[in-house]
Design a protein around this ligand. Sequence first.
Ligand code: RFL
Ligand code: PHB
Length: 400
Amino acid sequence: MKTQVAIIGAGPSGLLLGQLLSKQGIDNVIIERAAGDYILGRIRAGVLEQGMTDLLREAGVGERMDREGQIHTGVELAFNNKRVKIELEKLTGGSTVMVYGQTEVTRDLMEARSAADLTTYYESSNVVLHDVKTDSPYVTFEQGGEEYRLDCDYIAGCDGFHGVSRPTIPESSRKEFERVYPFGWLGVLSDTPPVNDELIYCKTDRGFAMTSMRSATRSRYYLQVPLTDKVENWSDDDFWTELKRRLPDDVAEKLITGPTIEKSIAPLRSFVCEPMQYGNLFLVGDAAHIVPPTGAKGLNLAASDVATLNKILTRVYKDGDKACINQYSEICLRRVWHGERFSWWMTSMLHDFGDDGANSTDAETYGRFMSSELNFYTDNEAGRRVIAMQYVGLPYEDLS
Ligand code: RFL
Ligand code: PHB
């Protein structure tokens, strides 16, 4: 088999890249380890920046999002029983975010891909990338007991944090930056009306909590929990009781509870692999970087990598300019590090680090630093604008 671009992974990065490349007439094949239904069962991000919604429209998959997604003009921060509104639209001169779940984005992309009759190998095993430093890289994999070889010009490693693409780059040719946080997020999905029109990020003495949503009838809530907690030990009642304790009183009073339809614990990590390119292999999205979810940046950074790679491959195939591939890593990493810093900062300000405070500071001192930071940034418009600008996302960079 032969294609122009082999894409490893059918998460949002791989599917979106495949769709955009096809629009440019660039042939691509996706090789995915899991089954399509399994991917759609994963509940992940909920907030899309305008850069990403524009890209989805460009890929021809914006229609349902524009119909069913909710535009949010602000988010709230809550602490000390006080609620502060960050007016995203007003403070940024018109930018908003779209609340539309990653599951729905993925579903729209999968449907568009099958409607366009593009090739995807789900449930592939033993995926191996070969000769990525040469001009004739290829991928081997197994599916349904058969072995396949896919020859290509370029490989896009869109296979997430635990994929095979990043480890294909020799250790001596990459540097990894990492911070693992001493807590996780317990997330719950429930067919109950959201407690508030806007998302609320809550800092409390009992730890962080947040309220989000997927639609007018489906809510998404999170609690900071110790990494030692097991999801099966959290009953629905325990979850709702603890959430109520962490919400501001007037919000807690309005909380409508019900059976949960998904419950899981995600660890929190900041991670970057530099560079994001090795020969004709490009790392995209979670394969190259992870952020804690506090800034809602994970999926959005994946989208900006995809935008950059799409521009590069379009120029390669339309103009024959192969040199431009060397811009990929630098352009992506500038935006990635902004997202990493913002996510780390939001995480640091809003969570309880216990005795494992950042920079080896004791819990109380670190807590004071971060409370003061939160007060400083929320008490004045310039501070709130700094938060708003980053929350809506920085502009995408063009190729030179
Ligand atoms: P994905 O979504 O992980 O998709 C990677 C795909 O590659 C496949 N794969 C392989 N395929 C072939 N061969 C192999 N050897 C392979 N190994 C893996 C996988 O099966 C999968 O289908 O990465 P992608 O596309 O880069 O998308 C990134 C986003 O998914 C991610 O940034 C966000 O979801 C991060 N994230 C969150 N971001 C937010 O902004 N808000 C959130 O609330 C939020 N919650 C989360 C999250 C990430 C989580 N992970 C990764 C554990 C919650 C969780 C649990
Ligand atoms: C979500 O709705 O799942 C969500 C929203 C904002 C975040 C993280 C998760 O920062």
